[in-house]
Design a protein around this ligand. Structure first.
Ligand code: HGA
Length: 612
């Protein structure tokens, strides 16, 4: 989290930095700041608490002009969101740093630097970096690049760094370990950012830094050293589309736009991956075919929404592919001793591919003897993808809304492809069933479009929630994780307390909470669990609870007193988790709009969780 932008050019770069920050605001937004070196050689900064808009206002009344600068939008980890803690941090009058990540040995460094006479003006871990660099600079005869190289080994933890100095105005320095950084290449000017999205306004050519890289960026050249200190070339990638992703278009919020993109991006995720009647296993990488035949177990590790996608996949993998599957949240998995079953495929799921806990879990897993690792991820250039043996890229396109929507449904599609590919490779999936599901997958985008057409009805239903403080979400089987995802969406953007339960658990405790002030949301596809689910719903009605049921048209459920049924298009049971996610996303969205919350950037959260 946190967003970094840097620029070195001939023209004034302040507006470019601020525009870049706006596009990165999804990564963190409790405060923002910018430092620019003026033509006269003064390093000046503006910092503000709040969103980038506040910084923009400050710059309107007190402008900064210069052709070298760095900027930052923050999501605090060390020290409260305040102006003094906002980046850039300075040491002396000539040196400025912005940082994404966490310096774990910041206390030791702080004590040491204080002992050397440095005075700290913030509570951040980041300030130790800039003073350490300042101190090292003297030892390196004023050579900023040499000083950065010498200081880096002393930093323990994760960082993406951008550094500028008034004493060496010809360079912008960058270093990456654990937090993504990309260089944007211009003509006679170059840029730096946490995400290429920030720089699409100025260039379409990018160079991604690898773990351990240090870069010296000049106006017309870039030099990179890898983790061993050896000079390296990184590939230049050119993009031809995708710039529009940072635009809301006709929609009021990015989240709504992204919800409505789902038929299109699910279609894209399927493209090139389906044969006539089977999944093309090569979609997972050249070694997939050979590897999948030997997979006897699957371990999935993920966080948040991606974890819910993994939970759905467990039902699929065991039921359709006959493969035992375990799933765990990455922040737990990475810190416990696990027993690895022989021939286990280790699967990670992440939208950004930079999720710190998931990445750490993958790195641990590599030491533990798993058969191979597979990343299901939305960003092809991410660390997770680069460090995994196999990859399936979801084709959701950039997701800006902090609450994940299209990333989740495309992950589900990727996981269904995996289920079918593994089921066949293991000889556990009948060819006719695979062919039927492939056909259903082809129809899925149309079904999703039909589900989105229920928007007006769902908007009306959302009024039931506007004044409520608590809700329950119920589901059975693979719909239980869908209920969990529905509850998470509502929490994230409307701040209503929401809990999900497998419907059969209701009577074991949560039923005690049900009364007229606690709406109960249920997803009810037309499967063999439907009758049992209907009994659970009776249990709720008998306690005066108000029910909102998203039900298959064939489930024969109808409106009644205290029961609001929204009929959903009929769909094959195996794909119901994808379809039933959509009405729950729309419900949360409309409730949040009614309550007037910040839908795209909910409080206390950030996109792409690159800190632990
Ligand atoms: N640790 C730094 C940067 C935080 C960060 O990267 N958040 O995503 C701080 O607290 O300012």
């Amino acid at each position: 989290m946190c967003g970094i932008v840097g620029a070195i050019a001939e023209r004034n770069i302040t507006a470019i930095l601020v525009e870049g920050l706006k596009r990165l605001e999804y990564r963190g937004y409790d405060s923002a700041g910018v430092a620019v070196l003026s033509a006269a050689g003064d390093l000046q900064r503006r910092r503000r608490v709040g969103k980038v808009y506040e910084l923009e206002q400050a710059l309107a009344s007190e402008p900064l002009t210069g052709s070298l600068g760095i900027a930052h939008t923050r999501w605090a980890t060390h020290g409260a969101p305040s102006e003094r803690n906002a980046h850039p941090h300075f040491s002396g009058e000539q040196l400025a740093v912005v940082h994404n990540g966490i310096i774990e040995n910041h206390e030791t460094l702080r004590e040491r630097l204080k002992g050397l006479g440095y005075v700290f003006t913030s509570d951040t871990d980041t300030e130790t970096i800039v003073h350490l660099l300042h101190h090292t600079l003297a030892e390196c005869g004023g050579d900023l690049t040499a000083a950065l190289k010498a200081a880096i080994p002393e930093l323990h933890g994760a960082y993406g760094l951008a550094v500028i100095s008034g004493s060496q105005p010809d360079r912008l320095l960058a270093a990456r370990s654990g937090s993504p950084l990309v260089i944007g290449l211009g003509l006679g000017e170059n840029f730096l950012a946490s995400d290429q999205l920030a720089l699409r306004q100025v260039t379409d050519r990018f160079m991604y830094l690898e773990e351990g890289d240090i870069a010296e960026i000049h106006r017309d050249s870039v030099q990179i050293w890898d983790a061993s200190g050896a000079p390296v070339q990184r590939e230049t990638v050119q993009y031809h589309d995708g710039a529009e992703a940072a635009d809301k278009g006709e929609y009021r919020h990015f989240m709504l736009k992204e919800i409505h993109e789902q038929p299109k991006v699910v279609q894209r995720t399927l493209e090139g991956r389906l044969g006539n009647d089977h999944v093309l296993v090569q979609a997972f990488g050249p070694q997939a075919e050979a590897l999948f035949a030997g997979v006897r177990n699957v371990q999935i590790v993920a966080c948040g929404t991606s974890y819910h996608a993994g939970m759905v996949a467990r039902y699929w993998l065991e039921e359709l592919a006959g493969i035992p599957c375990q799933i765990e949240v990455a922040s737990e998995f990475r810190y416990r001793k696990v027993v690895v079953q022989p021939d286990t495929l280790f699967v990670t799921i992440s939208q950004s591919g930079e999720t710190a806990d998931t990445l750490a879990a993958l790195r641990n897993a590599k030491q533990l003897g798993y058969l191979a690792s597979l990343a299901i991820c939305n960003v092809g250039t991410s660390s997770l993808v680069r460090e995994s043996d196999l990859t399936l890229l979801t084709q959701a396109g950039p997701e800006i809304g902090v609450a994940s929507t299209k990333a989740f449904t495309t992950q589900l599609v990727g996981l269904m492809l995996l289920t079918l590919a593994l089921g066949r490779a293991r000889g556990n999936l009948e060819a006719t069933i695979e062919a039927e599901l492939v056909e259903e997958l082809r129809r899925l985008p149309t079904r999703l479009g039909e589900a989105l057409a229920m928007d007006k009805i769902i908007e009306k239903v959302s009024e039931l929630f506007a004044e409520k403080h608590h809700t329950l979400f119920l589901g059975r089987g693979a719909q239980y994780p869908v209920a969990m995802e529905g509850a998470l969406k509502l929490k994230e953007i409307s701040y209503i307390h929401a809990e999900a339960y497998p419907a059969g658990e209701l009577k074991h405790g949560p039923l005690a909470l049900v009364d007229a002030d606690m709406p109960v949301v249920t997803v009810a596809p037309n499967n063999e669990l439907l009758e049992k689910l209907k009994s659970n719903l009776q249990e709720v009605r008998a306690r005066g609870g108000e029910l909102i049921v998203f039900a298959d048209t064939k489930a024969a459920m109808s409106n009644g007193e205290g029961t609001h049924v929204v009929n959903m298009p009929h769909i094959h049971d195996a794909l119901a988790p994808v379809l039933y996610t959509l009405p729950l996303q729309l419900l949360s969205y409309h409730v949040a709009v009614l309550r007037g919350t910040d839908v795209d950037q909910p409080r206390n959260l950030a996109k792409s969780v690159t800190v632990e």
